[in-house]
Design a protein around this ligand. Structure first.
Ligand code: HCA
Ligand code: CU
Length: 392
């Protein structure tokens, strides 16, 4: 079953380079490649060597770094592209061609028969040139392609017996998990190849679609750091890690260095001039912050009550927010303990009511609550207030 045996193809250096702000220097590409390799992704996909002279030179250089991750490049279904790609020393080639009517009409202008002919010309040729190369064939815009035509293409390619993997791409981010499950399941039944899923996130399903692909027999998932890519990007590496961790914590921890995720994301975020989103999977600033008193109490007793992910497994820590009207006395007492202040249970309960009343009047900070705690612990509760005179 693929959920227990899958590979990550990180495409930060290909799809991610198509993110509007991305303009990686060679030195940055090397840092990203090494970071991903240390994290433990099995493959890195790099921009086509046909894109620019710099892309060609960088690809050759990264292919020679001796990383554990296998190095792939991404090309059109053209012999000329393949020829250049083969000379770079990469471990594998990801070939793509559009099959939806829109792409056939407005991009390459070929009929489905012509697509099949081209694939039959290019793919066996690549295999004959470098027999050991890892070869993938993917259709672009798979989910807006006519299903019968799409299957005709995949079956024809499978019959060639030269590719390792068939790829499906949700190029415009419209597929649902059910649709992905069906298409992957069909390919699983009808072909012998490995199956790769590449999904955009335009309508918010990229991670769920990747998981549905794995549940139905896909073997490879494309990701990028922070999900960067064309428009609003694809399945994010951290999001997939979170999803797989909740499926099998031990296996995910054993395979990937989850504590490196945050550093990797901060590095890429800085390179492309964005912040890590506040609600990002695992590393968003509020990902392990608990607020409501009811939650805080349970978290203090047993964190797993409200945490599916243990922050410590990612080198992070949880935070309990107490300076607000939803606070509860268990959380306030825990803060008093943290500050080594001794307050009776009655005091803590009364102070909690006081905090709630103050918070109804204005926003409080943790500093405000800390000074209240100190004042109450020192018996000055009525003398000093953290609020300006006349407030609260
Ligand atoms: C592209 C399109 C692509 C290809 C995906 C793939 C897509 O920018 O070339 O080769 O698996 O989303 O369809 O990224
Ligand atoms: Cu894409």
């Amino acid at each position: 079953m693929s959920l227990d045996r899958y590979f990550i193809i990180d495409s930060t250096l290909r799809e991610g380079e198509q993110f509007v702000n991305a303009q990686f220097t060679r030195e940055q590409k090397v840092r990203v490649a090494r970071g991903l390799d240390e994290f433990g992704v099995e493959y890195l996909e790099l921009t086509s060597p046909m894109a620019s002279p710099g892309s060609l030179a960088d690809l050759k250089m990264i292919a020679r770094l001796g990383l554990n991750a296998r190095i792939l490049t991404h090309i059109r279904c053209h012999k000329e592209d393949a020829k250049v790609a083969l000379e770079t020393g990469v471990d594998g080639i990801d070939v793509v061609i559009g099959t939806s009517s829109k792409l056939r009409q407005f991009s390459h202008g070929k009929t489905i028969d012509e697509v099949i002919e081209l694939a039959a010309e290019v793919l066996p040729w690549v295999r004959s040139q470098v027999p050991g190369i890892e070869l993938r064939f993917s259709t672009e815009d798979s989910f807006r392609s006519e299903e019968a035509e799409l299957l005709r293409v995949y079956l024809a390619v499978d019959r060639l017996g030269v590719v390792n993997r068939l790829g499906i791409a949700d190029t415009v981010g419209i597929a649902t998990p059910t649709q992905v499950a069906r298409l992957v399941g069909t390919l699983r039944r009808l072909t012998r190849c490995d199956i790769e899923f590449h999904g955009h996130n335009d309508s918010g399903c990229a991670i769920a679609n990747a998981f549905a692909a794995l549940e139905n027999g896909a073997t490879h998932i494309d990701t990028t750091v922070l999900g960067i890519g064309e428009r609003n990007g694809i399945t994010s590496l951290g999001g997939l890690a979170a999803r797989m961790y909740t499926y099998d914590r031990a296996a995910t921890q054993a395979r990937y260095r989850l504590t490196h995720l945050r550093t990797l994301e901060l590095m890429v975020a800085e390179m492309v001039g964005v912040d890590v989103p506040f609600n990002n999977y695992i590393t968003g600033f509020s990902a392990f912050t608990h607020k409501a008193g009811i939650h805080a109490k349970a978290i203090l007793n047993a964190p797993e009550t409200y945490e599916a992910l243990d922050p410590h497994d990612f080198g992070l820590s949880r935070y309990i927010s107490i300076a607000h009207r939803l606070t509860g006395w268990n959380a306030v007492r825990a803060r008093a303990d943290q500050l080594s202040l001794s307050l009776s249970e009655l005091q803590v309960k009364a102070l909690t009511q006081h905090i709630k009343a103050l918070a109804d009047e204005r926003a409080l900070t943790l500093d405000d609550v800390d000074s209240l705690l100190r004042n109450w612990a020192n018996g000055h509760e009525t003398v000093e207030s953290p609020l300006p005179a006349g407030v609260g």
